[in-house]
Ligand binder design. Structure first.
Ligand code: PLP
Length: 386
């Protein structure tokens, strides 16, 4: 990575890291290198070090360096989706290895673990990682990874990253943190002892709901070489246009996240005072059960807010169908506000009894609070809740 472009505070690196001015043309924006192959001067001597775009592409290199800089890691690896990044990471395991994972992971992560990698003899143990004692008693000599998501989805539970790092280290396992919800602007797991940071770039880092992508960031050279081997061997890499779109997103990450957090806090405060609302889940509210952890490891509460309406599934679905600014849709992290009801949408495949046992009640509504005017967003929710 060009050191001259990896200097300064987070906001500065967001704009510049990995993206030197193009030396040939002076182009300020990183060119989108639409090329599959690269010329060589003699066999095995590529002119610029690039041979084939599954292995390396300059636009992807810029993105990887940018993400590594933002997460405070040495190496970034970009993938065609968040799950493709998870896939490459799990490829490093062998039969008999054990993974201790959070019990309220992103649904697709749970699916790839239980439906794909369990078949290959990898053992997954799901525990409530908000309870460090549960993590401590789940790890053993066979544990190769502790895999956590914080804040979690949709209840925005927090897991103590530094605490998990210590437990993982005690058995020689890696700590993997899915940092999709928080983003490196709010939370940097590597600084807290994590070995691998995973991202769905499709959410806040892309930031405009127009691209699917994923990434891993690590510090260890050997681990990076292993992961780069699987990235190239299995081939789940993003094209240059996707890499460019995410780079355009990360430039504005800091300003977007400031507004997401500011709006989300106002929305959460409004909901907490609303008579039709039973409970509000937002890490930035003092009423959040792990507010102290949010103070310790996050810069602010993030852009996601969940709440439980009195009146169960029908009340939740009525609210989500009645908003005018919040769009009824899955996913999150774009500049526009989205609303969804986990019991009928993202988490519908979980049987009601299991859902309830996990604390996910029928009237649950999840918001991805965008960067629109907060008063407009609150007025929209007010008319929708009725
Ligand atoms: C969306 C998401 C993923 C999966 O990413 P894709 O880009 O959709 O493959 C993983 N983890 C979390 C927390 C997510 O929100």
């Amino acid at each position: 990575m060009s050191d001259a472009h990896n200097q300064g505070q987070f906001e500065t690196r967001a704009v510049h890291a990995g993206q030197p001015i193009d030396p040939q043309t002076g182009a300020v924006m990183t060119p989108v290198y639409f090329t599959s192959t690269y010329a060589q001067t003699e066999p095995g001597k590529p002119i610029g070090g690039y041979e084939y775009s599954r292995t390396h592409n300059p636009t992807r290199t810029a993105l990887q360096d940018n993400l590594a800089s933002l997460e405070g890691g040495r190496f970034g690896l970009a993938f065609s989706s968040g799950l493709s990044a998870t896939n490459a990471l799990m490829d490093t395991l062998v039969p008999g290895d054990k993974v201790v994972a959070g019990d309220d992971l992103y649904g697709g992560t749970y699916r790839i673990f239980t439906k794909v990698f369990e078949r290959y003899g990898i053992e997954f143990v799901f525990v409530d990682t908000t309870n460090l004692d549960a993590v401590r008693s789940a790890v053993c000599a066979k544990t190769k990874m502790v895999y956590i998501e914080t804040p979690s989805n949709p209840l925005l539970r927090l897991t103590d990253i530094a605490g998990c790092a210590e437990i993982a280290k005690s058995v020689g396992a890696q700590l993997v943190v899915d940092n999709t919800f928080a983003t490196p602007y709010l939370q940097r797991p590597i600084e807290l002892g994590a070995d691998v940071v995973l991202h769905s770039l499709s959410k806040y880092l892309g930031g405009h709901s127009d691209v699917i992508g994923g990434a891993l960031v690590v510090n260890d050279e050997k681990l990076h070489a292993d992961l780069a081997f699987y990235q190239n061997s299995c081939g789940g890499t993003p094209g240059p246009m996707d890499a460019f779109l995410v780079l355009r997103g990360t430039k504005t990450l800091a300003v977007r996240m400031d507004r997401h957090c500011e709006n989300a806090l106002k929305v959460a405060q409004f909901l907490e005072a609303h008579p039709q609302v039973d409970r509000v889940f937002y890490p930035g509210l003092p009423s959040h059960p792990q507010h102290a952890i949010s103070q310790k490891q996050m810069k602010a509460g993030g852009g996601m807010v969940s709440f439980e309406l009195k009146g169960g599934v029908s009340a939740g679905n009525r609210c989500a169908s009645t908003t005018k600014i919040f769009t009824l849709a899955e996913s999150l992290g774009g500049v526009e506000s989205l609303i969804e009801t986990p019991p009928s949408m993202t988490h519908a495949s979980i049987p009601a009894a299991v859902r309830h046992a996990a604390g996910l009640n029928d009237g649950l509504v999840r918001l991805s609070v965008g960067i629109e005017n907060a008063d407009d967003l609150i007025a929209d929710l007010k008319q929708a809740i009725g």
